[in-house]
Design a protein around this ligand. Structure first.
Ligand SMILES: Cc1cc2nc3c(=O)[nH]c(=O)nc-3n(C[C@H](O)[C@H](O)[C@H](O)COP(=O)(O)OP(=O)(O)OC[C@H]3O[C@@H](n4cnc5c(N)ncnc54)[C@H](O)[C@@H]3O)c2cc1C
Length: 457
């Protein structure tokens, strides 16, 4: 008997954990533990709870189609697994290798606890990432790559493992069932009104549709805010509803869109290998410049509320509120505004993103924030994204801004990016705030010790 311990690999197709457990044993317990440490901690949110509840229901339904079911427990993962191991005499537990400090400690705790029961723990690599973090390291030494381009050059040379079929049939031993959770039982609170539906079925459909057509425009469209021309697969990749290996293998790398898309998936692996080697970067600077961040609660709140007076920033922040997701270009611009323009601590921004993003994960969120803040792996840590120039370049018509800011609905064309230029009598009726910081006189941001070489983009 074996346990397939699901964590953030919530799929039956191309799942090395489920595949290995089904090959190792006649009877398999497909187990998910609603981990108390995660559910009650800051890493759970109402948005992600809704997606997770969908994803669990979908795995259960797929397992039922194969004669099985998902066994749910809640509490401590280690206690829950140990209990089943002891009660049923389970011989092995399979779970996915993961990179955060928490998951590394969880894996070790499982090994320690289950050793006393004569139960083996098998950690399946290449489940959460395409290339395992330890599989490629710099030739000059070191635990990980600190720069993306050389990492990518090596990444593309690694042959990804073959795809694994979903099991035809699963025999689950007789075990008490606990009902699957409703979103509010995982985490209550206000959810964004336009969240994507979670689960493998939805994720596979999105991947299929994406590869059939829109990917061909990806290279030109991925930075165009109004075009919304990216895959929106990130939450499905985060929860493992879609296998990153399958996404790469299904993509035609010989096309410009395919190549660009695969490169983004490599960024995901890149951040995972940084976090695996440096789990402390979830909260600590990857490369500190000893910034003494300003404290300005009113500015931080205006940023969170999407009321900074800079429409491109406010549109991004409202998209986040409404959809639990934000376009990558908007993430870059809003994060740069918080850290480089307002000079507020990246952790304050990362916390807010983590609260709302359905795709939030420690590797991609914290390390992208650090990249933008200049404390991470960016080789040009002083670059500043000027919101007006970014707006002109990536939302030239102003359509993205109008989509998310109803109060500016009637301002036509690119003029929507500079509402302070609108005739004062008309402006007074707009219910839109004045800019919280003045960038019109050429000043880009609060001056800091390390911005003397800053490049404006
Ligand atoms: C400040 C900031 C915070 C971010 N936080 C997260 C986060 O919590 N979770 C998250 O998945 N991504 C995060 N990203 C990266 C990126 O913005 C999202 O992955 C992307 O917008 C998701 O949309 P998509 O699926 O349509 O992406 P696509 O453009 O279709 O890309 C395909 C996939 O590649 C991966 N990817 C793309 N860009 C990046 C990147 N820069 N870093 C890592 N992986 C990438 C994602 O898994 C994505 O789904 C963040 C970026 C910034 C600048």
């Amino acid at each position: 008997m074996a346990i397939a311990l699901f964590t953030r690999d919530l799929r039956v197709h191309d799942n090395p954990v489920l595949h290995a457990a089904c090959h190792a044993a006649r009877e398999v317990v497909p187990l998910f533990v609603l981990d108390k440490a995660i559910v009650t901690g800051s890493s759970m949110s109402a948005n992600r709870a809704a997606f997770l509840a969908d994803a669990l229901a979908d795995v259960d339904s797929q397992l039922r189609d194969r004669n099985g079911c998902l066994v749910l427990r809640s509490g401590s993962v280690v206690n829950a697994v140990e209990r089943i191991v002891a009660d049923l005499g389970v011989g092995e537990v399979h779970l996915a290798a993961d990179v955060s400090g928490y998951s590394q400690r969880r894996e070790q705790a499982l090994r320690d606890r289950l050793a006393g029961h004569g139960c083996k723990v098998h950690v399946q690599t290449n489940t959460i990432t395409v290339v395992e973090p330890a599989a490629i390291t710099p030739s000059g030494g070191g635990t990980h790559f600190a720069v993306f381009t050389p990492y990518y050059r090596r990444w593309v040379t690694v042959h990804s493992r073959p795809l694994l079929a979903a099991p035809d049939r699963i025999t689950v031993p007789s075990i008490a069932a606990q009902p699957l959770p409703e979103p509010d039982e995982i985490c209550s609170g206000q959810r964004s009104p336009h969240l994507p539906r979670g689960g493998e079925t939805a994720g596979r459909r999105i991947l299929h549709d994406w590869l059939a057509e829109p990917i061909h425009r990806y290279e030109q469209a991925h930075n165009d805010l109004a075009a919304d021309g990216t895959s929106r697969l990130s939450p499905y990749l985060h929860f493992g509803c879609v296998s990153p290996t399958e996404a790469v293998r299904a993509t035609d790398r010989s096309t410009p869109g395919g190549e660009a898309f695969i490169r983004q998936l490599a960024w995901r692996d890149f951040h995972h290998q940084v976090l695996a080697a440096r789990p402390d970067t979830a909260t600590a600077d990857y490369r500190t410049h000893h910034d003494r961040w300003r404290r300005d609660d009113a500015a931080a709140q205006a940023w969170r509320d999407g009321r900074t007076g800079y429409p491109i920033i406010d549109a991004g922040m409202r998209q986040l509120q409404q959809e639990g997701w934000m376009h990558n270009r908007a993430r870059l611009i809003t994060a740069s505004f918080l850290t480089k323009t307002l000079y507020l601590d990246w952790r304050c921004g990362a916390r807010h993103f983590f609260e709302l993003l359905v795709d939030a994960d420690v590797a991609n969120n914290q390390l992208n924030w650090q990249w933008v803040a200049g404390t991470g792996t960016d080789t040009r840590p002083n670059r500043i994204l000027n919101p007006l120039r970014q707006a002109q370049r990536y939302d030239p018509s102003g359509d993205y801004v109008r989509r998310y800011l109803p109060e500016l609905q009637d301002v036509r064309g690119p003029a929507v990016h500079q509402p302070w230029k609108i005739d004062p009598s008309r402006r007074a009726k707009l219910d839109y705030p004045d800019p919280i910081i003045d960038l019109r006189d050429g000043a880009d941001h609060f001056r800091t010790a390390r911005d003397k070489t800053g490049g404006k983009q």
